[in-house]
Design a protein around this ligand. Sequence first.
Ligand SMILES: [Fe+2]
Ligand SMILES: [Fe+2]
Length: 310
Amino acid sequence: MQQIDDLFELAKKSESLHPDLVPHVRKTGHFDMIHHPLLVTTFYVPQLNAMYNRQYEAKKQYVKRMHESGDWSAYVSMFEKLPERITVYRGEPDREQSRPFGRSWTLSRWHAAWFARRFASGEMAGIVWRGTIAKSKVIALLRGRGEWEIVVDRRHVRDVVARRPCEMPRSIGTYPLTKSTGTYHGRSHWWSVLENAETLCARVPDADREVCRAFALLHDGWRLNDDDDPSHGLRAANQIKALKTRLGLSPFQHRKLIEAVARHADGATSRDPTIGVCWDADRLDLPRVGIEPSPKYLSTDVARRSIWAI
Ligand SMILES: [Fe+2]
Ligand SMILES: [Fe+2]
């Protein structure tokens, strides 16, 4: 709420756009937008100059602090860990647009989904663009505010595809998915896990795709809060037991799903391809809470090779 209050306060302030940003205001279609290497906005409204200026100053300060301290270790070690070709995402409101524009992308699918729905109505509106880029072509990796922002020249982003989170299933079998309550464990996370699971299943032939899809959509569905809730896996598994005939799964698949959900938060790995894919799909979405996925906690070779490239 504090952030929303701050936003309203900033919107009331009348000020000129920061002189660094002025040359970067561009006309694109019906909207103007700011297209500065440190700040890219979906649209530009002069009444929000104070907000743009604060965002720009915060990013500039972050880069300055890194320069002054000379402590690039976090940046460099993170950058070194990236594979030669990385997957990048960009979230935009749902509107007619044939290709994504903008220099600011992210390594986190969940963050892209968050940006996609930021100015859109509906919990899962917007488009998430996914593409790949050679690490050598990345202009900057910015880790401020818990984000994984990647600044790129969009001409170097390849294999661009659009994904619409709103197309996520609303039910499994005859069981309708409930509205999610949390931010980090809610619908955007279910969607990210679902996308990860689909990609991993295509590369792990022995994994049961139907079970992995059900896991993605149900595993965090009975959380009590968005923070510490160590029993949420067991709680979800107990609920899923009662849904036996509604999920459209065979008894074997149903048992497998219950096993995967019950223990998904224990930090263990599994040799079972289906359970391994379920847990890996979940853990590859850890960047949403600022955590790098660790190969040590991934079950499948495919997932270990897919960190930052899924
Ligand atoms: Fe969980
Ligand atoms: Fe999860």
